[in-house]
Design a protein. Sequence first.
Length: 85
Amino acid sequence: AQLLINSCDVAVFWSGGRHHAKRNSASGFCYVNDIVIAILELRKRYDRILYLDLDAHHGDAVEQAFFSTSSVLTLSIHRAEPGFF
């Protein structure tokens, strides 16, 4: 909300988000992708968005949602190990 009213330049949500929920299915305990909804709102005001995901898991559904656009860059730094979600 603060980004939309020009009260800050960067937003950090330390609790993470529900970055595994896909458009038509739940995944990884996530049933609504709050991050995708937030990015769609921010796109109404900003031409380009950087989504930086610092988490134990890859933000797969966020990446999938914006894969075909050059206006949203997703960067996921996560734990990579065989069998890890």
